[in-house]
Design a protein around this ligand. Structure first.
Ligand code: MN
Length: 224
């Protein structure tokens, strides 16, 4: 009995030492964003795509103990200091991990987190009108060639701007913008929408507005 407990304990310790990254809990069920984001897409996107970033990070870092125990933002801000042979895989996988963790947070079932007057004012101040903001965000989304992300960013003076990144890049890895805060994002990878929308990318980004968690976006805007 004692032997079994010790074995279990050492197994648990080994697991917790190597599995430093974990999938964050999804704050709603896979079908909660229907019909705008379908159940199967949510399941595959969360478990297999986000899950792969988690597994890859833990596997890559298992050979680099000095880089274990750091969070994704730390790794992304310090890519230049990483050993050359893991710089690109860490960039892609820590980027993917960070981007998707934010993405799940800024989504919510339709009608549960509508925009407040206070947040609408912020967008009107920055973009002229809520519709102008949406149009610029959608234009940016459509302008990404291949895979990437579109961001609503807050700079250090509190000003908002829209920008895109390729692949799983984000601005934490950008020396000039790493202290800007992403407050809203949309995933432009085909895996985010193809099962339901196929090539109709414009329809996906237009439906996206139905499932934005404006409560969370507002919290992010006012928390930095
Ligand atoms: Mn994705």
């Amino acid at each position: 009995m004692k032997k079994i407990s010790l074995l279990l304990l050492s197994t648990l310790l080994t697991l917790s030492a190597s599995a430093q990254f974990q999938l964050p809990e999804l704050p709603y069920s896979y079908d909660a964003l229907e019909p705008y984001i379908d159940t199967k897409t949510m399941d595959i996107h969360y478990n297999r795509h986000h899950g792969a970033f988690v597994n890859n990070l833990n596997r890559i870092l298992s050979d680099y103990p000095e880089w274990q125990g750091k969070d994704a933002v730390y790794l992304l801000k310090n890519l230049d200091l990483l050993p050359a042979e893991i710089r690109t895989p860490i960039r892609n996988n820590a980027g993917g991990f960070y981007n998707h963790s934010l993405f799940w947070e800024i989504l919510a079932p339709a009608g549960t987190a509508p925009i407040s007057a206070r947040m609408t004012d912020v967008l009107v101040r920055n973009f002229g009108s809520f519709e102008a903001f949406q149009a610029e965000f959608e234009r940016a989304f459509m302008s990404v060639f291949g895979s990437g992300w579109v961001w609503l960013m807050k700079d250090q003076e509190g000003k908002l701007y829209i920008a895109t990144t390729p692949n799983q890049d984000n601005f934490r890895m950008d020396a000039e913008r790493r202290n800007h805060t992403p407050i809203l994002a949309n995933d432009v990878w085909e895996h985010a929408y193809y099962l339901r929308y196929q090539n109709l990318r414009a329809e996906y980004v237009s439906d996206f507005w139905n499932v934005v968690n404006w409560k969370r976006v507002e919290e992010l805007y006012f928390s930095f």
